[in-house]
Design a protein around this ligand. Structure first.
Ligand code: AHM
Ligand code: MG
Length: 333
Protein backbone atom coordinates (compact mmCIF):
# COMPACT_ATOMS: atom_id res chain seq x y z
CA UNK A 1 0.00 0.00 0.00
CA UNK A 2 1.24 3.48 -0.85
CA UNK A 3 2.41 5.36 2.23
CA UNK A 4 0.47 8.58 2.73
CA UNK A 5 2.20 11.59 4.21
CA UNK A 6 0.54 13.57 6.97
CA UNK A 7 0.73 17.35 7.19
CA UNK A 8 2.78 17.09 10.38
CA UNK A 9 5.35 14.85 8.66
CA UNK A 10 5.41 17.10 5.62
CA UNK A 11 6.03 20.26 7.64
CA UNK A 12 8.94 18.63 9.45
CA UNK A 13 10.40 17.23 6.22
CA UNK A 14 10.39 20.76 4.73
CA UNK A 15 12.01 22.45 7.69
CA UNK A 16 15.33 22.27 5.84
CA UNK A 17 13.97 24.78 3.26
CA UNK A 18 14.72 27.43 5.89
CA UNK A 19 18.29 26.94 7.03
CA UNK A 20 18.07 30.00 9.31
CA UNK A 21 14.91 28.77 11.04
CA UNK A 22 14.90 26.70 14.17
CA UNK A 23 11.51 25.10 13.71
CA UNK A 24 9.39 28.07 14.83
CA UNK A 25 7.69 28.33 11.44
CA UNK A 26 6.83 24.63 11.61
CA UNK A 27 5.44 25.13 15.08
CA UNK A 28 3.42 28.13 13.93
CA UNK A 29 1.89 26.15 11.06
CA UNK A 30 1.05 23.40 13.52
CA UNK A 31 -0.82 25.91 15.68
CA UNK A 32 -2.87 26.96 12.67
CA UNK A 33 -3.65 23.40 11.62
CA UNK A 34 -4.81 22.58 15.14
CA UNK A 35 -7.08 25.64 15.50
CA UNK A 36 -8.49 24.90 12.03
CA UNK A 37 -9.59 21.46 13.23
CA UNK A 38 -11.48 22.99 16.14
CA UNK A 39 -13.11 25.58 13.88
CA UNK A 40 -13.92 22.85 11.36
CA UNK A 41 -15.77 20.89 14.03
CA UNK A 42 -17.95 23.90 14.87
CA UNK A 43 -18.52 24.76 11.20
CA UNK A 44 -19.71 21.20 10.59
CA UNK A 45 -22.23 21.30 13.41
CA UNK A 46 -23.35 24.89 12.87
CA UNK A 47 -26.87 23.91 11.83
CA UNK A 48 -27.37 21.90 15.02
CA UNK A 49 -26.53 24.52 17.57
CA UNK A 50 -28.12 27.89 18.21
CA UNK A 51 -25.05 28.83 20.21
CA UNK A 52 -22.95 28.95 17.10
CA UNK A 53 -25.28 29.89 14.24
CA UNK A 54 -26.37 33.41 13.33
CA UNK A 55 -25.35 36.94 14.14
CA UNK A 56 -23.20 37.91 17.11
CA UNK A 57 -25.25 41.15 17.12
CA UNK A 58 -22.17 43.34 16.76
CA UNK A 59 -20.12 44.81 13.95
CA UNK A 60 -16.44 44.53 13.12
CA UNK A 61 -14.26 47.56 12.38
CA UNK A 62 -15.33 47.48 8.72
CA UNK A 63 -18.97 47.98 9.76
CA UNK A 64 -19.86 44.41 8.78
CA UNK A 65 -22.15 42.33 10.95
CA UNK A 66 -20.16 39.64 12.78
CA UNK A 67 -21.49 36.11 12.89
CA UNK A 68 -21.03 34.03 16.04
CA UNK A 69 -18.71 31.74 14.11
CA UNK A 70 -16.58 34.74 12.99
CA UNK A 71 -16.01 35.58 16.64
CA UNK A 72 -15.45 31.95 17.62
CA UNK A 73 -12.92 31.35 14.83
CA UNK A 74 -11.09 34.56 15.72
CA UNK A 75 -10.78 33.45 19.36
CA UNK A 76 -9.55 29.98 18.39
CA UNK A 77 -6.80 31.15 16.05
CA UNK A 78 -5.70 33.90 18.46
CA UNK A 79 -5.47 31.45 21.36
CA UNK A 80 -3.61 28.82 19.34
CA UNK A 81 -1.09 31.34 18.00
CA UNK A 82 -0.55 32.90 21.40
CA UNK A 83 0.01 29.57 23.12
CA UNK A 84 3.09 28.55 21.16
CA UNK A 85 5.18 31.70 21.53
CA UNK A 86 6.47 31.69 17.93
CA UNK A 87 4.34 34.71 17.09
CA UNK A 88 4.71 38.15 18.70
CA UNK A 89 1.45 39.53 17.30
CA UNK A 90 -1.60 38.90 15.16
CA UNK A 91 -3.82 41.17 13.06
CA UNK A 92 -7.28 39.92 12.22
CA UNK A 93 -10.18 41.02 10.05
CA UNK A 94 -12.30 40.87 13.20
CA UNK A 95 -10.16 43.23 15.30
CA UNK A 96 -9.69 46.95 14.80
CA UNK A 97 -6.03 46.96 15.77
CA UNK A 98 -3.31 44.33 15.80
CA UNK A 99 -2.75 42.40 19.04
CA UNK A 100 0.73 42.18 20.59
CA UNK A 101 1.16 39.16 22.80
CA UNK A 102 2.77 40.52 25.93
CA UNK A 103 4.45 37.47 27.42
CA UNK A 104 8.22 36.90 27.57
CA UNK A 105 7.85 33.90 25.24
CA UNK A 106 5.78 35.78 22.66
CA UNK A 107 7.99 38.89 22.79
CA UNK A 108 10.79 36.58 21.69
CA UNK A 109 8.66 35.32 18.77
CA UNK A 110 10.07 35.96 15.30
CA UNK A 111 6.84 36.09 13.34
CA UNK A 112 3.59 38.00 12.92
CA UNK A 113 0.42 36.54 11.44
CA UNK A 114 -2.40 38.28 9.58
CA UNK A 115 -5.62 36.34 9.37
CA UNK A 116 -9.17 36.35 8.13
CA UNK A 117 -10.46 33.75 10.60
CA UNK A 118 -13.67 32.98 8.71
CA UNK A 119 -14.08 34.35 5.24
CA UNK A 120 -17.35 34.28 3.33
CA UNK A 121 -19.28 34.27 6.59
CA UNK A 122 -22.53 35.29 4.89
CA UNK A 123 -22.49 31.68 3.64
CA UNK A 124 -22.42 30.04 7.10
CA UNK A 125 -26.18 29.99 7.66
CA UNK A 126 -26.84 28.36 4.29
CA UNK A 127 -24.29 25.56 4.49
CA UNK A 128 -22.04 26.82 1.70
CA UNK A 129 -18.24 26.54 1.76
CA UNK A 130 -16.31 29.07 3.83
CA UNK A 131 -12.63 29.44 4.64
CA UNK A 132 -9.78 30.80 6.72
CA UNK A 133 -6.95 32.78 5.11
CA UNK A 134 -3.57 33.47 6.73
CA UNK A 135 -0.31 35.21 6.00
CA UNK A 136 3.00 35.01 7.90
CA UNK A 137 5.85 37.55 8.00
CA UNK A 138 9.11 37.74 9.83
CA UNK A 139 8.92 40.70 12.23
CA UNK A 140 10.95 43.83 11.44
CA UNK A 141 11.06 45.08 15.03
CA UNK A 142 13.60 43.81 17.50
CA UNK A 143 13.11 40.49 19.21
CA UNK A 144 12.15 40.96 22.85
CA UNK A 145 9.99 44.04 22.11
CA UNK A 146 6.24 44.20 21.58
CA UNK A 147 5.13 43.87 17.94
CA UNK A 148 4.79 47.19 16.09
CA UNK A 149 2.47 48.20 13.26
CA UNK A 150 5.46 48.15 10.87
CA UNK A 151 5.75 44.39 11.45
CA UNK A 152 2.34 44.04 9.80
CA UNK A 153 2.64 46.70 7.08
CA UNK A 154 5.08 44.82 4.84
CA UNK A 155 4.63 44.19 1.14
CA UNK A 156 3.21 40.79 0.20
CA UNK A 157 6.51 39.88 -1.47
CA UNK A 158 7.98 39.58 2.04
CA UNK A 159 5.59 36.82 3.15
CA UNK A 160 7.37 33.72 4.44
CA UNK A 161 4.24 31.56 4.38
CA UNK A 162 0.61 31.87 3.41
CA UNK A 163 -2.32 29.53 3.20
CA UNK A 164 -5.98 28.88 3.54
CA UNK A 165 -8.33 26.30 4.95
CA UNK A 166 -11.46 25.51 2.99
CA UNK A 167 -14.37 24.10 4.96
CA UNK A 168 -16.10 22.50 2.00
CA UNK A 169 -17.47 19.09 1.07
CA UNK A 170 -14.15 18.06 2.55
CA UNK A 171 -11.84 20.23 4.61
CA UNK A 172 -8.50 21.10 3.08
CA UNK A 173 -5.48 23.11 4.14
CA UNK A 174 -3.45 24.57 1.27
CA UNK A 175 -0.23 26.47 1.91
CA UNK A 176 3.06 27.68 0.56
CA UNK A 177 6.34 28.68 2.14
CA UNK A 178 7.72 29.84 -1.21
CA UNK A 179 8.60 26.37 -2.45
CA UNK A 180 5.46 25.43 -4.34
CA UNK A 181 1.90 24.97 -3.17
CA UNK A 182 0.69 21.86 -1.38
CA UNK A 183 -2.79 20.75 -0.39
CA UNK A 184 -3.81 18.47 2.50
CA UNK A 185 -7.22 16.91 3.06
CA UNK A 186 -8.56 16.33 6.55
CA UNK A 187 -9.58 12.75 7.29
CA UNK A 188 -12.33 13.63 9.79
CA UNK A 189 -12.61 10.25 11.49
CA UNK A 190 -9.03 10.40 12.78
CA UNK A 191 -8.52 14.16 12.66
CA UNK A 192 -5.40 14.07 10.49
CA UNK A 193 -4.58 16.00 7.32
CA UNK A 194 -2.99 13.95 4.53
CA UNK A 195 -1.04 15.24 1.54
CA UNK A 196 -3.61 14.90 -1.26
CA UNK A 197 -2.49 17.64 -3.69
CA UNK A 198 1.32 17.89 -3.86
CA UNK A 199 2.85 20.66 -6.00
CA UNK A 200 -0.34 22.30 -7.21
CA UNK A 201 0.08 24.05 -10.58
CA UNK A 202 -2.59 26.42 -11.81
CA UNK A 203 -3.50 25.90 -15.50
CA UNK A 204 -2.11 28.79 -17.59
CA UNK A 205 -5.55 29.55 -18.93
CA UNK A 206 -9.01 28.41 -18.01
CA UNK A 207 -12.63 28.89 -18.92
CA UNK A 208 -14.15 29.92 -15.57
CA UNK A 209 -14.69 33.51 -14.48
CA UNK A 210 -15.82 34.40 -10.97
CA UNK A 211 -17.20 37.84 -10.27
CA UNK A 212 -20.29 39.40 -8.69
CA UNK A 213 -21.88 40.28 -12.03
CA UNK A 214 -24.68 42.13 -10.26
CA UNK A 215 -22.18 45.02 -10.04
CA UNK A 216 -21.50 44.96 -13.82
CA UNK A 217 -22.83 48.45 -14.52
CA UNK A 218 -20.50 49.88 -11.85
CA UNK A 219 -17.30 48.31 -13.20
CA UNK A 220 -14.85 50.32 -15.26
CA UNK A 221 -14.92 49.85 -19.04
CA UNK A 222 -11.85 47.54 -19.13
CA UNK A 223 -13.46 45.10 -16.69
CA UNK A 224 -16.79 45.26 -18.54
CA UNK A 225 -14.94 44.52 -21.77
CA UNK A 226 -13.24 41.49 -20.20
CA UNK A 227 -16.55 40.12 -18.91
CA UNK A 228 -18.03 40.56 -22.39
CA UNK A 229 -15.01 38.69 -23.78
CA UNK A 230 -15.69 35.84 -21.28
CA UNK A 231 -19.33 35.70 -22.38
CA UNK A 232 -18.60 35.77 -26.11
CA UNK A 233 -17.81 32.95 -28.54
CA UNK A 234 -14.93 35.01 -29.93
CA UNK A 235 -12.64 34.36 -26.97
CA UNK A 236 -9.64 32.00 -26.93
CA UNK A 237 -11.92 29.00 -26.24
CA UNK A 238 -14.35 29.88 -29.04
CA UNK A 239 -17.28 29.36 -26.71
CA UNK A 240 -18.45 31.33 -23.69
CA UNK A 241 -16.61 30.74 -20.44
CA UNK A 242 -18.57 29.43 -17.47
CA UNK A 243 -19.58 31.94 -14.80
CA UNK A 244 -19.04 30.47 -11.31
CA UNK A 245 -19.39 32.67 -8.24
CA UNK A 246 -19.88 31.23 -4.77
CA UNK A 247 -19.30 34.50 -2.93
CA UNK A 248 -16.73 32.75 -0.72
CA UNK A 249 -13.32 33.93 -1.82
CA UNK A 250 -11.50 30.81 -0.62
CA UNK A 251 -13.90 28.46 -2.39
CA UNK A 252 -13.90 30.46 -5.63
CA UNK A 253 -10.11 30.75 -5.54
CA UNK A 254 -9.61 27.06 -4.73
CA UNK A 255 -11.74 25.89 -7.65
CA UNK A 256 -9.94 28.21 -10.05
CA UNK A 257 -6.54 27.14 -8.69
CA UNK A 258 -7.26 23.52 -9.51
CA UNK A 259 -9.28 23.92 -12.71
CA UNK A 260 -7.98 27.18 -14.19
CA UNK A 261 -9.97 30.38 -14.01
CA UNK A 262 -10.00 33.92 -12.75
CA UNK A 263 -11.53 35.56 -9.68
CA UNK A 264 -12.28 39.30 -9.81
CA UNK A 265 -13.35 41.83 -7.22
CA UNK A 266 -12.92 45.10 -9.13
CA UNK A 267 -13.46 48.63 -7.93
CA UNK A 268 -16.98 49.94 -8.27
CA UNK A 269 -18.33 53.47 -8.25
CA UNK A 270 -19.37 52.94 -4.63
CA UNK A 271 -16.15 51.20 -3.54
CA UNK A 272 -13.23 52.64 -5.53
CA UNK A 273 -10.84 50.17 -3.87
CA UNK A 274 -13.08 47.16 -4.23
CA UNK A 275 -14.09 45.13 -1.20
CA UNK A 276 -11.27 42.76 -0.36
CA UNK A 277 -8.58 43.48 2.18
CA UNK A 278 -4.98 43.52 1.01
CA UNK A 279 -3.22 42.10 4.04
CA UNK A 280 -5.21 39.03 4.99
CA UNK A 281 -7.27 38.25 1.87
CA UNK A 282 -5.41 39.38 -1.27
CA UNK A 283 -1.72 39.01 -0.34
CA UNK A 284 -1.87 35.41 0.90
CA UNK A 285 -3.88 34.26 -2.12
CA UNK A 286 -1.60 36.27 -4.44
CA UNK A 287 1.44 34.48 -2.98
CA UNK A 288 -0.20 31.09 -3.45
CA UNK A 289 -1.34 31.96 -6.99
CA UNK A 290 2.16 33.06 -8.04
CA UNK A 291 3.72 30.00 -6.43
CA UNK A 292 1.34 27.84 -8.47
CA UNK A 293 2.18 29.67 -11.73
CA UNK A 294 -0.74 32.12 -11.70
CA UNK A 295 -0.91 35.89 -11.27
CA UNK A 296 -2.53 38.45 -8.98
CA UNK A 297 -3.00 42.09 -9.87
CA UNK A 298 -5.05 45.16 -8.99
CA UNK A 299 -5.34 45.67 -12.74
CA UNK A 300 -2.55 48.25 -12.56
CA UNK A 301 -0.02 46.75 -10.17
CA UNK A 302 1.24 43.37 -8.96
CA UNK A 303 -0.53 42.78 -5.65
CA UNK A 304 2.62 41.52 -3.90
CA UNK A 305 4.42 44.81 -4.69
CA UNK A 306 1.95 47.08 -2.90
CA UNK A 307 3.38 48.86 0.16
CA UNK A 308 0.49 48.75 2.62
CA UNK A 309 -0.48 51.87 4.52
CA UNK A 310 -3.26 50.54 6.74
CA UNK A 311 -4.13 47.22 8.34
CA UNK A 312 -7.57 46.98 6.79
CA UNK A 313 -6.67 48.53 3.43
CA UNK A 314 -8.73 47.36 0.45
CA UNK A 315 -7.59 46.86 -3.14
CA UNK A 316 -9.21 45.78 -6.40
CA UNK A 317 -8.28 42.13 -6.94
CA UNK A 318 -7.82 39.97 -10.02
CA UNK A 319 -6.29 36.56 -9.34
CA UNK A 320 -6.01 33.33 -11.25
CA UNK A 321 -4.61 31.74 -14.36
CA UNK A 322 -1.73 33.70 -15.85
CA UNK A 323 -3.14 34.28 -19.34
CA UNK A 324 -6.50 35.37 -18.00
CA UNK A 325 -5.08 37.94 -15.57
CA UNK A 326 -2.74 39.23 -18.30
CA UNK A 327 -5.72 39.72 -20.61
CA UNK A 328 -7.55 41.75 -17.94
CA UNK A 329 -4.48 43.93 -17.34
CA UNK A 330 -4.16 44.62 -21.08
CA UNK A 331 -7.82 45.68 -21.30
CA UNK A 332 -7.51 47.94 -18.26
CA UNK A 333 -4.53 49.84 -19.63
P1 AHM B 1 -16.07 38.75 4.33
O1 AHM B 1 -14.64 38.77 4.73
O2 AHM B 1 -16.89 39.76 5.10
O3 AHM B 1 -16.67 37.38 4.35
O4 AHM B 1 -16.13 39.33 2.83
C1 AHM B 1 -15.35 38.73 1.84
C2 AHM B 1 -16.22 37.98 0.88
C3 AHM B 1 -15.46 37.08 -0.03
O5 AHM B 1 -15.33 35.79 0.50
C4 AHM B 1 -16.34 37.05 -1.24
O6 AHM B 1 -15.62 36.72 -2.41
C5 AHM B 1 -16.89 38.43 -1.29
O7 AHM B 1 -16.85 38.92 0.03
C6 AHM B 1 -18.28 38.47 -1.77
O8 AHM B 1 -18.73 39.79 -1.82
P2 AHM B 1 -20.06 40.17 -2.61
O9 AHM B 1 -21.19 39.60 -1.81
O10 AHM B 1 -20.04 41.66 -2.66
O11 AHM B 1 -19.98 39.57 -3.99
MG1 MG C 1 -12.99 38.08 4.66
Amino acid sequence: MKRVITLGEFIISRQGDFPYAKGELSSLLSAIRLAAKVVNREVNRAGLSNDILGSALKQNIQGEEQQKLDVYADEQFMAALKARGDVCGVASEEQEDFISFDTPLARAGKYVVLIDPLDGSSNIDVNVSIGTIFSVYRRTSSIGQLATVEDFLQSGAKQVAAGYIIYGSSTMLVYTTGNGVHGFTLEPSIGTYFLSHPNICMPESGSIYSVNEGNFNDFNPGVQQYIQYCRSKQNDKEKPYSARYIGSLVADFHRNLLKGGVYMYPSTQKDPNGKLRLLYECNPLAFIAEQAGGLASTGRQRVLDIMPEKLHQRVPFFVGSKNMVEKIISLME
